[in-house]
Write a protein that binds this ligand. Sequence first.
Ligand code: ADP
Length: 908
Amino acid sequence: MTSGDNLFGRLLGRTSATSLDTPGPPTPGLHLQLDHQGHVLSISGTLRPQLASHGVGETRPLLRELLCASSALSIEGRPADWQRQSLDLDFQGATGQVLHTRGWIEAEGDGWSLRLLDVSDLLAGSQLAQHREQNHQLACQMSGQLRVCSLTRLPEVFNEHLRSLAQRWRIPCVALALLDEEDQGWRIYSHYAAHDAPALWRTGQHLGTSLDSVSGNTPLSLAQERSDNPRLQSIFGNADGFLVPYRDSQGVAAWLLCGLYNGQPHTSEQDWLNLTAALAAPLLSRLREQRYHQQLDRMEALQGLLGTGWWELLPATDEIQLAPQLLHSLSPEDGPSRQPLDLWLELIHPADRQELNSRLHDLQALGKPLLTSVRLQRTDAEHNPLWYRVQGQVLGMGDNRRWVGFMLDISDIKNQQLQAAAAHARLDNLIASSPAVIYVQRYVSGALHPAFFSDSLLPLLGWTLAECSHDSLASLIHPEDRDLYFERTRQLLREGAVRSRYRLRDKQGHYHWLLDEAKLLRDDLGLPLEAVGLWLDVTEATQAAEQIKQSEERYRLLVEDSPAMICRYRPDLTLTFGNTPLANYLECLPAQLPGLNLGHWLSEEQRQAFVQRIGQLSAEFPVSTAEISLELPGREHAWWVWSDRGVFDEQGTLVEVQAVGRDNTEVRRSQQQLTQSAKMATLGEMATGLAHEINQPLNVMRMAIVNVLKRLSNGDAQIDYLTEKLQRIDTQVQRAARVVDHMRVFGRRSEIEQQLFDPSQAVDGTLSLLGEGLRGKGVEVRVTPADSAVQVKGYVDQLEQVLINLVVNARDALLSKRDKDPTFRPWVAVHCEHDSRHVRIWVEDNGGGIDPRLLERIFEPFFTTKPIGVGTGLGLSVSYGIVENMGGRLSVTNGEHGARFCVELPIS
Ligand code: ADP
């Protein structure tokens, strides 16, 4: 402003003595004398030589004619009109330049005197000021926009400003470099290059520390600086340019780099500094703000994740302020972040509340740092308690003291700790209450010295560690087991592990059987350190094993001496054990039994049935009883009542069968005899029917013979006639033979094995024996033939015997009824039916049925309503046994007309 001050001084007449009062030189500026019309009479003054026409002479030009066109217009009229105002006049200069002047006019003598001063520099100054003003406005505008734009748009807005800066000053390449926080070098934050200029830099480029060495007080022209700072070469290369620093309290914080550019005169260094500051200061503050926000976000996220947060005590109001995250994790229904201390303490579990309160008090009053763990008072009790670590300290001094701290959710760790402690306690408890003692023996020069016993030692043996010292331990061992114990120690040291069993005396003098398992621990060099082991009191188990051995012996004797056959065999019927009675039956020694196969004494069918029956055993129904028939050495047949019990493994697979058997052959024989005699009795009863049955063909034959003889005697015995008669006789002979044959078959003993047969065979047999006889006695026989053949298993002759019994009984009932009522028309009906599982043979009559009171008793042996000598009372009871033996059922009901018997048999 120095030049401006001088100028105003000159204008105001306060010109300093040095500039104007120097004697000699002509009046400064221009001094023109004008006449009343404005003609220039004379020109003098220091500026005179600079005028285009400084010679006035005779021509006396008008003042207007000396001025530039623009200025000439500003003076109208005559000099008298121009008084009392400041005149700005631009003269045409001698070299074509313009001479800017300012002055005033005053009357002087007869004319006018116009005094003017050169104001070129004043005008330049004002132009400069105008520029500066514009720069300032630009700076304000830029910094204003940078301050208010959103953080996301900040780089864009900034780059926009760089561009307008570059365009305004015609700088081809411009960039802003900022200190990089992390590696302390400089980095291009943003750059702009005109489209026709090479891009010297790119955004994000790292410039290293080359700018650190530049002083950074004023803008630097590269031309001057390059020689001092060769490192700038790395930034600008060979391009021209200059750098403008921005300094804040910590020193240079930013550089504006202008490349390929040599500053222009009307932008001063200060302007550049201001401009740079207008760009850099708001940018840096916004970036700081951004970093702060990021940090805050990170902090908040971290606090949220860790369930942690800060707190601050406000003793003045007895309040506490909490970080929002902390507040949220403490009480999900968010309260105010600032709350009375008492209210906050309510959140803490009563067990920890008082302690925390007192520690907070210590922190406030004594400045004692706070560190404690507290539980939260939670209403949802099924959760594990929430544990927080509370830490606090005093910040600052005197009146600036603050009491701050944080809370950290340590529930996981704490609950694990508690669980581990509980598990530990449980384990201790378990060991203490178990019949086991854990011990440690320390290795001392070749010997093992007891060093630790678990608490269970005292309840188990009554001794303490001191009483079980190295010297006394051996004496506590049972004298018979001492050698064993010493050997145990030697083996432990030799092999690193041992398992042994010996007796140890307790305080009462009783010996305990101890199972001792020990392991030797060694150090890095392999030298023995200590032995860790376990004593298990196995006294009871040892005694129990002894008892089992004894009872096993007793059972063995029982089995051996039993009259019953007892054995064990595998599912494939191989014997694993058998007692003497069994061996006697099989004619060998008991010791020879294991390995023999039971199937050897069974017929193929019996064996199959046996294996099938064993296959049906299950863990739920492990027992099965049956009567089996065997072919024993030297005996015809034996019948054993045989009871099996399956032994199953965990998967339910049959492993072994234990069996008990009793010889039933005698019982079976008498049963067979009974059946046989019943059969014979039936045959006896049937005698009348049979006589009729045989008589019938005999009659037919007699008739035929009589007729043939008559023809022969007449002499007209044709060969055809004879053939026909002989065939008839033959048919009748066959019929009689069939009856006789059948009787013979029926009278035989039953087969040993059950056979498959069609039950209608038995129906046919019955009717062939009884049919004619019944009809002969006037009883109608109604037979419904079976619709299809089925097979049942048993004895066909025995089923026939059953049916004969039923039909004979029906006949007796019918005939006795007809005796009383000769008009009665008796009938007996036999019909078969079957479903998928059973075949049923119905025998029904119209004899009036059985007295309901007797219904239950008729199957009893020797129950009869017939006169003595007529009925045996065995028919139905034997029949019942036969049907049952075939796996079926014999039942009776009273039908509409009479008794209805039903033989039901399983289809095979
Ligand atoms: P028995 O025929 O020798 O008397 P059973 O055991 O065959 O012996 O019959 C027992 C009794 O059952 C008979 O005495 C008879 O009273 C009665 N009974 C059997 N069948 C019939 C029948 N169809 N109608 C009426 N009563 C019958």
